[in-house]
Every structure is written in structure tokens, then in C-alpha cells.
Design a protein around this ligand. Structure first.
Ligand SMILES: CC(C)(COP(=O)(O)OP(=O)(O)OC[C@H]1O[C@@H](n2cnc3c(N)ncnc32)[C@H](O)[C@@H]1OP(=O)(O)O)[C@@H](O)C(=O)NCCC(=O)NCCS
Length: 405
């Protein structure tokens, strides 16, 4: 067997996908091979093969990532990372990921992002947790919203939803730091067309229209029916609730929570600063059932990353970044004047020292510099630098991402 990763070709796909699915405890699905042939950039898919059989998989895709200030930056989205149980702990992941990161840096991608299956894996490669998610439940019995809703929510069939929802999502993600784009292949899979078979779309869908008729949001949900002594205990599980305006957000939650024959609404992958409790006469009806890390960020080009976003105040800091893979290693001056930020290499003395993983974690403002300093990943060389860093990087709303990749 050669343990050197190589780029995958079209003939490799059945074995490559089979190996990947097996590691995630799922049987391979025939339709996936066809879907992957057209949906993925094969030149960015790596495999390690034992003869013709894949024993390790990894691929990345070009993505757009929205940062504070609403610029979208080119990043690499890493996914499908697996090493067969028979071939673990021999350095195969390390080979694949260092190769993928080097290619991303060569292409000029500013960062690599991923969703980690397990927390301990990716810090060593310079990734830090940057976007967190909440899972919540709403007790909807006799629920009351404090203000009236405007506009209309209508049920939608899959054809209409498919025509309308992608454009709504695209407007949403351009205004939501932490979000990424969804291409047509993503929607194919989401609407379960690509995988067909028994895995058909079981969602209900509704679209919100403003009084002017403008489509400003949508919700998809799956009812989980339950009757107890003829009393309904049905819950509605939200798959996605996306709104480009506050009135759409308000009306969609109102529609779900006040619809008949249900007692609760649950939702995962929600923002950690969900606004819903503030719209209710009793905000405690919304309970956070859990919180977890979602998107991890690994910066590759510090000057472009830090120049791309806007900041909470003006100021200047010299940040010394430690990166054992070299991409982000070095000392940089970040200078912010109003909405203009500049970041370039410098030889000036450092105000702060930070690991590249911690810098990725604070990049979107979702985790504080102070927290990483307390945890030992940031050291303050100039008194006051830590406080200034937090004032600079802080954002009014938390970063959020509701797109699996
Ligand atoms: C995660 C996975 C890809 C690691 O592959 P691997 O080839 O065994 O990793 P490597 O041999 O390159 O290990 C590199 C280092 O990471 C550590 N590591 C790898 N996986 C780890 C895990 N799950 N938990 C903790 N540490 C882990 C190794 O111990 C090693 O540490 P060291 O350098 O200090 O010795 C593999 O275990 C796997 O396929 N897991 C199931 C699928 C999965 O979780 N994929 C990730 C999707 S996001």
C-alpha cells in the first residue's frame, strides 16, 4: 500500500465514497457516486489507496465566507475527512491536511474552515472554534407574542420553494458573518432530489412575504406527531428558519409557534444570540437545550484576513502569530481607523502573542481574546493590549452559520 495521498479521479469515486461512508457508520448510497461526480471539485479530493481500495478521504471546496463588515472572503471548506479504522494513527490525516492547506494557500484562499466531528482533532493543524450553535426548544402552549406580525406566511410546495428559497438564503448569508454560500448541488441534496430513493423530502415548507409582496424568509420543518390519551404532544422540528428582515423572522416564528395541534417547536443550528425570547411575553418558554462549536477557522493569510473585516473601534496593535505550519507565522500590525482596516507584516515589538488556532477562533468576534488569554493561548506583552483587542474584534451580533458542509 502507498500511504501517500493522491488526487482522486472519477473511477476512484465508488471506493472513495464507500470508505468515507463506512467510517461515518453509514452504508454507501449508489446515487451519491453520480451526485459527487458532478457536485464536487475532484481536483481537490484526496485519497489514500491500498491497491484500488480507498482507506482515507479528504476534500475541500472553494467557498465564500462572510466576515464582520459583510465582505465575503475566499476560503477553502474542508470536509469528508476520514481514515479507515484499519489505518489510523499512522499520520495519514496529517499528510492529507498539510497538503490540502498548502494548496489552499497557493490558490490564495484566506482561510480554511471546517465542521469538526470531534473537538480534539483540528487544533493541532491551526483551526480554532469560531462559530457556535444553539439547540433550542419552545414551549408553545398558549404562547403570546408581544407585538402583531405584518405580512403573510404561505405553505409552499417543493417546486415553488426551490425557485424562491435559494435567493432568500443568498441574501441572508451575505448579511450574516460566519455564513457560507450554498450552490445548486447543495440545494439538490437539501431537497433530497439528488439522493432519491427512500430518503425523499419529508419537510413542510412555508415562505414569508412582506406586505409589498417581497419574499423575505422561509421555514422548513418536520412534524413529530405524538398523541397522549387523545391530547396532542406533537412537536415541530425546524430544519431551517431563514429571514432577511426582522418582520420575516417574527412572522415565521409566530406562524410555527401558534399553529394548531402542536405543543412545542425545536430547532438546532440556531444562533447563540437568538432573538426569539425578546418577542414573547414570557421569554423563558425558549430553552437552550445545548450549545456546541460549529465552524472552525484556520487562517492562512493574516494580512488579508484582518484587513477584510471591520472593527468595533479604532486602534493599532502588533500581533505575533505562532503557526507551526508557517502559513500564518509572523508579526503583523493591525491598524484600524473608523471602517478602514490595514494589516501588514512588521518588525515592531509585539503587543500580543497568539497561536494561529486562537486567532482563527477570535476572528469573527464570537470568542473573546480575554477567554483565550485566560486559557493560555494568548499572552499580553503590552498592558491594555488585550482589552483593546476585545474592543476591536467585538461584534454587535454573534457569528452564525446554519449550513452543513
Ligand atoms: C480523525 C481521523 C481522520 C484521524 O486520522 P489519522 O490518520 O488517524 O490521524 P493522524 O495519524 O494523522 O493523527 C494525527 C494526530 O492527531 C491525533 N488524533 C487523530 N484523531 C484523533 C481523535 N479523534 N481524537 C484525538 N486525537 C486524535 C493523533 O493521535 C495524532 O496525534 P500525535 O501527532 O500527537 O501523535 C480518523 O481517526 C477518522 O477517520 N475518524 C473518524 C472520522 C472522523 O472523525 N473524521 C473527521 C471528520 S471532521
Amino acid at each position: 500500500m502507498s500511504s501517500t495521498p493522491r488526487i482522486v479521479n472519477s473511477e476512484d469515486l465508488p471506493s472513495w465514497l464507500g470508505s468515507m461512508m463506512r467510517t461515518f457508520f453509514r452504508p454507501p448510497v449508489d446515487e451519491m457516486v453520480e451526485h459527487y461526480r458532478t457536485a464536487i471539485d475532484l481536483s481537490r479530493a484526496l485519497g489514500v489507496f491500498d491497491g484500488n481500495e480507498a482507506v482515507a478521504t479528504l476534500r475541500s471546496a472553494a467557498q465564500e465566507f462572510t466576515v464582520p463588515g459583510l465582505e465575503t472572503i475566499p476560503v477553502s471548506a474542508l470536509t469528508n475527512v476520514t481514515v479507515a479504522a484499519t489505518h489510523r494513527r499512522r499520520g495519514i490525516l496529517t499528510d492529507m491536511i498539510t497538503r490540502d492547506l498548502a494548496s489552499s494557500a497557493e490558490r490564495g484562499e484566506i482561510a480554511s474552515i471546517l465542521v469538526a466531528s470531534e473537538w480534539p482533532i483540528y487544533g493541532r493543524y491551526g483551526y480554532g472554534p469560531a462559530v457556535f450553535s444553539n439547540r433550542l426548544s419552545v414551549d408553545t402552549t398558549n404562547i403570546r407574542f408581544t407585538r402583531p406580525v405584518a405580512g403573510a406566511v404561505d405553505f409552499s410546495d417543493t417546486d415553488e420553494f426551490d425557485r424562491v428559497a435559494p435567493a432568500i438564503y443568498d441574501r441572508h448569508r451575505r448579511h450574516q458573518p460566519g455564513s457560507i454560500l450554498r450552490d445548486e448541488h447543495w440545494w439538490d441534496r437539501d431537497l433530497r432530489r439528488a439522493l432519491g430513493g427512500s430518503d425523499v423530502n419529508k419537510n413542510f415548507q412555508a415562505i414569508y412575504r412582506a406586505p409589498s409582496g417581497e419574499e423575505e424568509g422561509y421555514v422548513t420543518w418536520v412534524p413529530e406527531p405524538k398523541l397522549d390519551d387523545m391530547r396532542t404532544e406533537t412537536s415541530l422540528r425546524v430544519e431551517a428558519l431563514v429571514a432577511t428582515t426582522i418582520r420575516a423572522y417574527h412572522a415565521l416564528w409566530h406562524f410555527l409557534c401558534t399553529s394548531d395541534l402542536q405543543r412545542s417547536v425545536t430547532a438546532a443550528l440556531r444562533p447563540v444570540d437568538e432573538m426569539l425570547p425578546l418577542l414573547l411575553d414570557d421569554g423563558r418558554r425558549v430553552r437552550t437545550l445545548g450549545q456546541h462549536d460549529f465552524v472552525w477557522v484556520r487562517l492562512l493569510d493574516v494580512p488579508r484576513a484582518l484587513s477584510a473585516r471591520t472593527y468595533g473601534t479604532s486602534g493599532s496593535l502588533v500581533i505575533d502569530v505562532q503557526d507551526s505550519l508557517a502559513h500564518a507565522h509572523g508579526r503583523y500590525r493591525l491598524s484600524v481607523e473608523g471602517s478602514a482596516a490595514q494589516c501588514e507584516r512588521t518588525t515592531d515589538a509585539a503587543d500580543l502573542r497568539v497561536s494561529v488556532a486562537a486567532l482563527g477562533s477570535v476572528y469573527l468576534g464570537g470568542v473573546s481574546w480575554a477567554a483565550h488569554a485566560d486559557a493560555g493561548a494568548v499572552s499580553e506583552e503590552t498592558p491594555g493590549a488585550l482589552e483593546l483587542a476585545d474592543h476591536l474584534f467585538r461584534t454587535a451580533r454573534a457569528p452564525w452559520n446554519n449550513t452543513w458542509f
